[in-house]
Write a protein that binds this ligand. Sequence first.
Ligand SMILES: [Zn+2]
Ligand SMILES: [Zn+2]
Length: 182
Amino acid sequence: MIVAIIALQVVGLYLLLDFLTGVVHFWMDRYGKEDMPLVGKAIIEINTWHHENPRRMTTRSYWYLCKSGWVGVGAMLTGVYLITGAVSWQWWFIGILGANANIVHQWAHKFPNEKPALINWLQKIGIIQRPHDHAQHHTKPETRSYCTYTPWLNPMLDRIGFWFGIERFFATFGIYTTDRID
Ligand SMILES: [Zn+2]
Ligand SMILES: [Zn+2]
C-alpha cells in the first residue's frame, strides 16, 4: 500500500513539475521583457535568443542553462525550510529535477547522435519530452506546448486552450501579452 502511495505521488509530482515548467516558460514567452530588473538579462533575454535560434541551445554549457534554475530552486528549498523547519523528499524531488529542466529541454533540441543512448531511450518511452513533441512549441505562432519536461500535458492543455484562457483572464485585469515572440 505504502509503495502504491509513493508511486502515485511520484507520478503526480512529476506531472506537476512538467506543468510548472510550462507556467515559467509561458510567463517568459508571453509576459517577460528583456528590461525587467533581475530576471530580464538572466532569463528573459536568453529565452528570446532561444526562440530566434533554437539549435544554438545545444552548444550551451550546463551552467549556462541551469544556473537560474538552481538559484530559483535554492530559494524555494530555503524558503520551505525556514517556514516548515524541514524539507521533505517531495520538495527535493521537484527541486532537483526542476533545476535540471533546461537540460531536458536541451535534449529535446539535440539529434539522437548528440546525446547518450539512455536519454534517447527515456525520450522514446515518453518519460521525458521528445524532439518532435517540443517542435510543436517552436512552430509558428509559437503559442502552444509550453511544458518542456514530458510529452503528456501539452496535448491536453493545448486541446482545451488552457494558455489562451489564462491570457484572456489576465487581459480582463489589463495585463496583456508582450507579443515579442511570434
Ligand atoms: Zn518558448
Ligand atoms: Zn526549445
